[in-house]
Design a protein around this ligand. Structure first.
Ligand SMILES: [Zn+2]
Length: 108
């Protein structure tokens, strides 16, 4: 099973994706590992037609900020999205971590 793992700050309850070693909100290093449901909606997005670096072969693709149901926003690529009809508010779900350990989502 592909699960989207993250951490929750024991001090201020801030949510973050792995890898995180200290809370970006309060600086505490007291963190608990959690698993996100991996469900979210597109908060904002852009269609990238010319990729660069390791993403060049993926272009065109949808680069989006996804608002997870837990309230955390994640910058991610949405695979299998329809480039003509993708829209803010579309439901997406976590697919897998890529080879660089960055999360990849897909249309739900
Ligand atoms: Zn914190």
């Amino acid at each position: 099973m592909n699960t989207l793992k993250g951490k929750k700050c024991n001090s201020c309850n801030f949510l973050m994706l792995e890898p995180s070693f200290a809370c970006p909100s309060c600086g505490s290093d007291s963190l608990t590992e959690i698993e996100f449901k991996g469900e979210g909606t597109i908060y904002t997005y852009t269609v990238v037609n010319v990729g660069f670096g390791h993403l060049a072969a993926k272009a065109p693709y949808v680069l989006a900020i996804v608002d997870l149901s837990e309230g955390l926003k994640v910058l991610t690529i949405v695979e299998d999205a329809n480039l003509q009809s993708v829209a803010i508010g579309d439901k997406v779900k976590f697919k897998h971590m890529d080879e660089r350990h960055e999360p990849i989502f897909q249309a739900a």
